[in-house]
Design a binder for this molecule. Structure first.
Ligand SMILES: Nc1ncnc2c1ncn2[C@@H]1O[C@H](COP(=O)(O)OP(=O)(O)OP(=O)(O)O)[C@@H](O)[C@H]1O
Length: 274
C-alpha cells in the first residue's frame, strides 16, 4: 500500500527497480518540541516507506522538520503520534542498525586516529575483536580513499576528508539504514560535488539503504532515487517523486533543470496548476 495515499503528485514510474523489500516505514508521524515558552510542531502526519537499497531523500525548506524526522528515525526523539518501524519493529530509541552522519566536521573524537575512529564503534557496538575491527575499518577507509591516512588525527584532515571518515565509520557498522543530515552542506561547492559522486560510487559498491536530508533540490535529484517533498513548517508531505535517472552529469541538461523548476514550484508555490 502506498505510504501517502493523499499525494498531490503520485510516484512517477513506481518503485525503482534497483531496490528491494520495505525496510523503514513512517506512519502519520507528528513530532513536537516542548520548550518552557511554547510547543513547536515540527512535522504533521508524515508518512513514507523506504525500501532496501533506496537512496531516499527528505527535501524541504529550512525549518520544515527534515532534521527532526531524521532524529526520530534515529530514535533520539519520540513521535507524539504515529509510528516509525524498521523491519516491522517499532523504533523506541537509538540503535546500531541506524547510524547518523551529521553536517558538522567535529563528529570524530579528536584524540583518536582515523583508524581508531572507525574501528572503535565496531569493537564496542559490533563486539568485533581488535584484528577484525582493524581489518574492516581499513577496508572502509580504503573505500573512501583514506587508507593512507589511517594513522592521522582528525585535526590534520580537511572538512571533506573528515566527512569521508565519518562515512567510512558509519558504513563499517553495516547499519540497516544510513542516516545523513546535510552531510555536505558545510563543504565548498567543488568538494560537495565530489562527495556526492563518491557517495553514489560507494552506494553502487555496497548497496546500502540511505535516508538523506537536504534543502538543495539539485543535491536531492543527484543523490536520491526517491524524494519526499515536505511543506514549510510544520512539515507535511507535499509529494513523492522518483529521481533515479539523475547523476552529476545530468546537471546541465534540460530535463534536469525542468525537474529542479518543478520541485521548486511544488515547494514554494501554494497552488500549482497540475
Ligand atoms: N531543540 C529544539 N527546540 C525547539 N524547537 C526546535 C528544536 N529543534 C528544532 N526546532 C524547531 O522545529 C522545527 C523543525 O526544525 P528542523 O531543524 O527539523 O528543520 P529542518 O527542516 O531540518 O531545517 P534546516 O534545513 O534549516 O536544518 C523548526 O521550527 C525549528 O525551529
Amino acid at each position: 500500500m502506498a505510504a501517502n495515499p493523499h499525494l498531490l503528485y503520485p510516484i512517477e514510474g513506481g518503485q525503482a527497480a534497483e531496490t528491494s523489500g520495505k525496510l523503514l516505514s513512517a506512519r502519520d508521524v507528528t513530532l513536537e518540541y516542548r520548550t518552557p515558552e511554547r510547543l513547536v510542531r515540527a512535522t504533521h502526519d508524515v508518512s513514507f516507506d523506504v525500501y532496501g537499497a533506496d537512496r531516499f531523500v527528505l527535501l524541504g525548506p529550512s525549518g520544515c522538520g527534515k532534521s527532526t524526522l531524521l532524529k526520530a528515525v534515529a530514535g533520539f526523539i519520540e513521535p507524539v503520534s504515529g509510528s516509525i518501524e524498521i523491519d516491522g519493529e517499532r523504533v523506541t530509541g537509538p540503535g546500531a542498525d541506524r547510524i547518523v552522519v551529521f553536517q558538522e566536521f567535529d563528529q570524530l573524537p579528536p584524540w583518536k586516529t582515523v583508524l581508531q575512529n572507525v574501528a572503535f564503534p565496531l569493537r564496542v557496538a559490533r563486539k568485533l575483536g581488535r584484528a577484525e575491527a582493524r581489518e574492516r575499518a581499513l577496508h572502509f577507509l580504503d573505500k573512501v580513499g583514506l587508507a593512507r591516512f589511517a594513522d592521522a588525527y582528525p585535526h590534520t584532515l580537511s572538512g571533506g576528508m573528515k566527512q569521508r571518515v565519518a562515512i567510512a565509520r558509519a558504513l563499517a557498522m553495516q547499519p540497516r539504514v544510513l542516516l545523513m543530515d546535510e552531510p555536505f552542506a558545510a563543504l565548498d561547492a567543488l568538494t560537495r560535488r565530489r562527495m556526492q559522486e563518491e557517495l553514489l560510487r560507494l552506494w553502487s559498491d555496497e548497496r546500502f539503504t540511505l535516508l538523506f536530508v537536504t534543502h538543495s533540490i539539485e543535491e536531492a535529484l543527484i543523490v536520491g532515487n526517491r524524494i519526499l517533498l515536505l511543506t514549510p513548517h510544520p512539515g507535511r508531505v507535499r509529494a513523492e517523486l522518483n529521481s533515479h535517472q539523475y547523476s552529476q552529469e545530468s546537471v546541465g541538461r534540460g530535463e534536469f533543470q525542468q525537474s529542479v523548476a518543478r520541485i521548486h514550484r511544488l515547494l514554494f508555490e501554494e497552488e500549482v496548476a497540475r
